[in-house]
Design a protein around this ligand. Structure first.
Ligand code: SF4
Length: 435
């Protein structure tokens, strides 16, 4: 038994939130106890993200700051896990004397054994093998948000989009068995979880013993006690009619599709190795909207990819204007060492990227506001997530994943689904009254 008091900091995507939750379970099983105060902790775990240069710099900056934490009390231990650990391995131990253990993206499963070995030998190590370090875990993550839980259905990615570091730091794609996943969803439902978000780098290519992703979604939605199923992220090249029909035919599957477009230029999409054209993307959207007129569509977009001309960029702006995403994550292209795009000539530099990003954000913000204003007068089913006593309000989400605020009503608690008539909207939030 380790019996340590630990503190976890998580950076990055839903997959990292899931991995941190898994680490909590493993540490708790080893007799450890979590604290929300880093000063009380004997063990600090940083779960890192390397998807963009900025995210990586943030994590490395934080490790730098934590030198004083490490020195604050003798015997304190610091572990870095996740994508930055996978990418940089051993070199981080040389650069940061405060780090005791660096774990790659598949090694978190063995965190307890690695810590035991560290305590026994005192040897600082980096363990970054991408082979599965143990079987798929049937652990029940303890999530902070009690109403909803993330569940990783697959790990890794085989797509090798030319700008993306994920296939290098998370390894080859594999799907977890549907029987394990359904067992975990049942356990989560028994513990009062109402909403499950199935996560993976490319959930559409999930396949396990004959069960594909639409099949898994339908089975997950059938679990008693679960009122909503979401999923993220979909790749347009694998987003077929079966998925859309499954969504449309099952009210428990939320009417929200996060479908990264990345660029509106076919030339740039080809350079990105995305394997679809704008026309194919638009066909998927058109089918999805026909099947689900209330669908909320969100996306990821990159500005300033190497070689992107002003004309290419204008095509992206035109696509944003024509497709009208309800919201989108917009990014400036970020060089990731080791990727194909990092070797491409004609890197555009910061100024062009910033300028294009600003134009993209400004257009998308206008459309997001219009999308939310169009909800005024509608009645939405809101799954309540929390009360915000300071504002006298409760917060929840619509089926389309839009945040909705409404005045506190006695007898309503997190986990309830209520009807809210929308009477106000900003670009990010809807506000209304409970019916
Ligand atoms: S699909 Fe492309 S962008 Fe997404 S994780 Fe895989 S390689 Fe990266």
């Amino acid at each position: 038994m380790l019996n340590l008091i630990y503190y976890i900091e998580t950076y990055g995507c839903q997959m990292n939130l899931y991995d941190s939750a898994a680490v909590r379970t493993l540490l708790n099983q080893a007799g450890c106890r979590e604290t929300e105060d880093p000063e009380q902790a004997q063990l600090m775990v940083i779960n890192s993200c390397a998807v963009r240069g900025h995210a990586e710099e943030r994590v490395l900056g934080r490790i730098g700051e934590l030198k004083s934490w490490k020195k604050g009390k003798p015997g304190r231990l610091m572990v870095l896990m996740g994508c930055v650990g996978q990418e940089n391995g051993e070199s981080l131990l040389e650069r940061y004397s405060q780090l005791d253990l660096v774990l790659g993206t598949e090694q978190y499963r063995q965190i307890v054994a690695h810590l035991e070995s560290l305590l026994k030998t005192g040897k600082r190590t980096a363990i970054t093998g991408l082979e599965k370090a143990g079987p798929d875990l049937s652990i029940i993550p303890r999530f902070e948000k009690q109403v909803g839980a993330f569940l990783a259905v697959m790990r890794g990615c085989d797509n090798f989009c030319s700008y993306c570091i994920v296939p290098y730091v998370r390894g080859r794609e594999y799907s977890r068995t549907s029987s394990d996943l359904l067992g975990e969803i049942k356990s989560l439902a028994e513990r009062g979880i109402k909403e499950i978000t199935l996560v993976g780098q490319n959930v559409n290519s999930y396949l396990s013993c004959g069960t594909d992703f639409p099949g898994l979604l339908a089975q997950a939605a059938d679990v008693p006690g679960i009122v909503r199923i979401r999923f993220i992220t979909s790749h347009p090249k694998d987003c077929g009619i079966k998925l859309l029909e499954t969504m449309a035919g099952n009210q428990k599957i939320c009417r929200h599709l996060h479908l990264p477009l990345q660029s509106g230029s076919d030339r740039v999409l080809a350079m990105m190795n995305r394997k679809y054209t704008l026309g194919q993307y638009r066909e998927i959207v058109s089918t999805a909207r026909k099947l689900m007129p209330d669908l909320v569509l969100t996306s990821d977009l990159i500005a300033g990819f190497p070689g992107e001309s002003e004309d290419d960029f204008q095509r992206t702006l035109d696509a944003i204007q024509n497709i009208r995403f309800d919201s989108a994550f917009t990014y400036k292209y970020s060089i990731r060492p080791g990727t194909k795009a990092a070797q491409m000539p004609d890197q555009l530099g910061d100024e062009v990227g910033q300028d294009r990003l600003a134009r993209m954000i400004s257009l998308q913000q206008k459309i997001s506001l219009e999308s939310n204003l169009a909800d005024i007068g509608k009645t939405l089913a809101v799954l309540v997530e929390k009360a915000v006593p300071k504002r006298g309000q409760m917060m929840g989400r619509s089926p389309g994943n839009k945040p909705v605020a409404f005045d506190c009503v006695s007898g309503v608690s997190p986990g309830d689904t209520v009807k809210v008539r929308v009477n106000k909207a900003t670009q990010s939030t809807l506000t209304g009254s409970m019916l």
